[in-house]
Design a protein around this ligand. Structure first.
Ligand code: MG
Length: 305
C-alpha cells in the first residue's frame, strides 16, 4: 500500500511525527528473494556481506549476496532452523526446531551443540535467539517444531512448559530466566541491555512483554508492554535509540521506547522476522512468508543482529 506524502509517493505510514526521523521517504521496499515456503530468522553477516535466513518447511537455509544479488542455498538439510544471530566473535548461532537444540557454526564450518536438554529432558524446539554483550546466549523454546511435521518433527513435549533460557557458553550452564509466558517467541534486548523484550504467540492476541534485567543478571517484571492489533509479533529488533521494529501481520510496526506505535511499513506478505544489516546497519531485512525484502532506513540497528 503506497500513499501520498506531499508530492512524493511514500511507502511508509507515519502515525507520529517521531517516525519522520526514522525514514527516508524516497526509500522503497525491495524484494530480494522469493520462492520459499516460510521464511524466518534473517541474519546479516558483515564479513561476508551476505544475508542468511531459514526456509523452514523446505528444511534449508539460503543466502543473499549483497554485492552480486545472487541467492543460493547455504545449508540443506538444516534441521529446520528458525532464528539466527551472531555471537561476539561473529559466529552463527542457530535455533534448530527439528534438532531441538541451539547450535553454533564455528569458523571452520563445524557445528557445536550449545544446548539440547534441560533437566535431563529434550528442549521443545528453540525458536529465536540473541546474544548479550557478556556472551550469554538467550533463546525461547515454544513447541512449533514438534506439534506437526511441517516446521520440524512431530514429537511429544518433554518440558513442563515453554521458557526463556540463558546459556553461559563458557560454563555450559543453562538456566530458565522466564516461565510466565505461554509460547515465548521473538526476543531482543534494549540498546543498554536494561530491558529484555519477549513476544508471546500463545495467546489470543499477540503480546510483547518487557522484563527488567537486574544487576545480578536475573529478570523481573514481564508485564505486557504492547499488544498487536493485526495478529502476532513474531521476531523483532531494536535500533540504537531503543525503538522496536517488529513483525505485525502484513506490516512492520515501529514502536518508540515508550511503547507508542509511531509508524508502519506495509509488506505484501505476512511478516515473520526482521533484522538490521548492511555495512552501516541501516538496512532492515524482512522475512515474509515466501520472500525476503529490505528497506533502507534513517536509523541504525544495535549489535549483534
Ligand atoms: Mg519466531
Amino acid at each position: 500500500m503506497a500513499f501520498e506524502s506531499g508530492s512524493e509517493p511514500c511507502e511508509f505510514e507515519i502515525l507520529d511525527a517521531r517516525f519522520d526521523d526514522c525514514i527516508r521517504k524516497s526509500a522503497r521496499l525491495e524484494r530480494l528473494a522469493s520462492g520459499c515456503r516460510w521464511t524466518e530468522g534473517p541474519v546479516y553477516v558483515p564479513a561476508q556481506r551476505r544475508l542468511l535466513w531459514s526456509d523452514i518447511p523446505n528444511e534449508r537455509m539460503l543466502s543473499w549476496c549483497e554485492v552480486s544479488g545472487h541467492v543460493a542455498e547455504f545449508r540443506r538439510p538444516s534441521s529446520y532452523t528458525n532464528g539466527h544471530t551472531l555471537d561476539r566473535q561473529g559466529r552463527l548461532i542457530s535455533c534448530e526446531q527439528g534438532g531441538r537444540r541451539v547450535v553454533r557454526t564455528e569458523h571452520d564450518g563445524s557445528l557445536t551443540v550449545l544446548a539440547s536438554h534441560f533437566g535431563g529432558q529434550r528442549l521443545n524446539s528453540p525458536n529465536d535467539v540473541v546474544v548479550k554483550s557478556d556472551g550469554t546466549v538467550w533463546f525461547t523454546d515454544p513447541p512449533y517444531g514438534i506439534c506437526d511435521d511441517y516446521e520440524g518433527v512431530r514429537a511429544p513435549q518433554e518440558q513442563a512448559g515453554c521458557w526463556v533460557y540463558r546459556l553461559d557458553p563458557v560454563s555450559g550452564e543453562l538456566r530458565v530466566m522466564a516461565d510466565n509466558l505461554v509460547h515465548p517467541n521473538g526476543l531482543a534486548f534494549s540498546p543498554d541491555e536494561r530491558c529484555l523484550y519477549v513476544a508471546d504467540t500463545g495467546v489470543e492476541r499477540g503480546t510483547m512483554h518487557r522484563f527488567a534485567v537486574d544487576a545480578d543478571g536475573s529478570l523481573s517484571g514481564g508485564e505486557v508492554f504492547i499488544q498487536c492489533d493485526t495478529g502476532f509479533y513474531d521476531g523483532f529488533r531494536c535500533d540504537t535509540e531503543g525503538r522496536i521494529w517488529t513483525s505485525a501481520g502484513r506490516a512492520i510496526h515501529c514502536h518508540a521506547p515508550d511503547g507508542a506505535l509511531i509508524g508502519r511499513i506495509p509488506v505484501p506478505e505476512r511478516v515473520s522476522n526482521v533484522s538490521f544489516g548492511g555495512p552501516k546497519r541501516n538496512r532492515l531485512f524482512i522475512c515474509a512468508t515466501s520472500s525476503v525484502y529490505s528497506v533502507l532506513l534513517a536509523v541504525n540497528g544495535v549489535k549483534p543482529c
